[in-house]
Design a protein around this ligand. Structure first.
Ligand SMILES: [Fe+2]
Length: 232
């Protein structure tokens, strides 16, 4: 039996090894590998690592949020299985340990019907928790096979995706395999498509001001939104 005072005690990161090890995997992803010779990518990777190191050092509060699923989370098991065979298997395994505790959401007030069945994301660190932090958001986004994530941009937020499982393309420019990192600088319009047969799981990091990370104001850019609502 726990006493009342023990039960109300604030959980801290060091009390939650599964969350802590997941952050170690994020640190490894942003530390290892190449920046491809790109200065902005090098700067972004360092910014993510440095912010994360400060957060972990401070042993932040952990406020577990109520777990939530979305239709696309039926694909999570397969994505994790594929992730375990790929270039970032440590991340896939660490995520599997907390899979039952994730809060999957859409982030948009009005999510187009076609997208609601095929996409969701979960945050693991940020202003809304579960690991509390002000200057960085870390999370995962999951897409079903054959998904088009409509064109959008993020004001004042720098975003990177690292592929954990699946193959995907952004702005029809390249195909990204597990282990690839792509940087979307603030305001860059981007649209994502995923391959036919397998789900796609991406780890992501957002950096920006505290104010903006608290209120990202996610909006789809209107022409693509109109297209997806019509199912085109
Ligand atoms: Fe984005």
């Amino acid at each position: 039996m726990h006493s009342l005072s023990e039960r109300v005690e604030q959980l801290r990161l060091n009390d939650c090894p599964d969350w802590l090890y997941l952050l170690h995997e994020f640190d490894a992803l942003y530390r290892q590998g190449s920046d491809g010779g790109s200065r902005p990518i090098r700067t972004h990777r360092k910014r993510v690592r440095d912010s994360l190191a400060l957060i972990v050092e401070a042993n932040p509060a952990v406020n577990d949020r109520p777990p939530e699923v979305k239709p696309v989370t039926a694909h999570l098991g397969r994505a994790l299985d594929l992730g375990e065979r790929g270039a970032v298997q440590g991340m896939s395994r660490a995520l599997a340990r907390v899979a039952g505790r994730l809060t999957w959401e859409y982030g948009y007030e009005k999510v187009p019907k076609a997208l609601a069945r095929k996409y969701a994301y979960c945050e693991i660190l940020g202003p809304r928790g579960p690991i509390c932090a002000e200057r960085l958001i870390l999370g995962f986004v999951l897409f079903a096979p054959s998904t088009t994530y409509p064109q959008h941009s993020h004001k004042d937020i720098e975003e990177s995706y690292i592929s954990v499982a699946g193959a995907w393309s952004e702005n029809d420019a390249a195909v990204h395999a597990p282990g690839s990192l792509i940087l979307n600088r603030p305001g860059l319009e981007h649209r994502i498509t995923t391959g036919d047969l397998i789900p796609c799981l991406l780890a992501y990091a957002w950096t920006g001001s505290e104010e903006r990370l608290n209120q990202p104001g996610m909006k789809l850019s209107s022409p693509r939104k109109a297209r997806i609502e019509k199912g085109i």
